[in-house]
Design a protein. Structure first.
Length: 215
């Protein structure tokens, strides 16, 4: 069993690692990352990872951009969102975008165990006391857009993010170390898959994945 714990708070990473060791057994390989950038090399080194615990607000993972990038690049690896945020709209959005579970950071060990077992068995999980509110919540992004995002290749998703960041094709090509014509092809495919007419609209749609900072 291999699990990645991605959170920028060292004490929480240690606590979650200890909890996972108690649940998954001493043979489990528990890897840690404090930024989204650290998650990718871990996944390349361990493509057979069974589970990823992802903090909702972590450097390099703005809102749901990290979750969506993971689902795009590693669709077979379940992602469990872990957060102090318990807003039903946020939880609904995480599930809509492919999270296997949403676990509050305040969850006790038995609840964490229940969630992990559910995800490893192919089921989704949210806190029982929030289930009705989550069911009735309206997600920030509808299912149609979520399904369109799933059609993007990992390269197209990276291009879309840079479009949303305001980069031009030439700049994106430089960042990805490819020809500008390749980027133009990616942009055309992105617009077609997202069913939008221009890159500005595509960027606006991507920005919906980013959660506004709360004071």
């Amino acid at each position: 069993m291999i699990a990645i714990i991605a959170d920028d708070h060292p004490l929480f990473r240690v606590a979650l690692s200890q909890a996972c060791a108690a649940i998954l057994g001493s043979d489990a390989l528990l890897l840690q990352a404090q930024t989204m950038q650290q998650v990718w090399p871990l996944l390349r080194q361990h493509p057979d990872t069974h589970l990823i615990f992802l903090d909702l607000k972590m450097p390099g993972s703005e809102g749901f951009t990290g979750l969506t990038a993971l689902r795009t690049e590693y669709p077979d690896v379940p992602v469990v969102m872990v957060s102090a945020e318990e807003d039903p709209v946020i939880i609904k959005q995480a599930l809509t975008l492919g999270a296997g579970a949403y676990i509050p950071k305040s969850a006790p060990l038995d609840v964490l165990s229940e969630a992990i077992n559910a995800v490893l068995n192919g089921d989704s999980w949210i806190p029982a006391e929030l289930s009705d509110d989550v069911k009735n919540a309206r997600p920030l992004i509808d299912n149609d857009f979520a399904q369109r995002l799933e059609q993007l290749t990992p390269q197209q998703f990276r291009v879309l993010k840079m479009i949303a960041d305001g980069l031009l094709n030439k700049q994106i090509a430089y960042e990805m170390q490819v020809q500008e014509t390749t980027i133009k092809q990616h942009v055309s495919a992105i617009l077609r898959k997202l069913n939008v007419n221009n890159r500005t609209l595509a960027g606006i749609m991507f920005d919906k994945l980013r959660l506004p900072e709360q004071g």
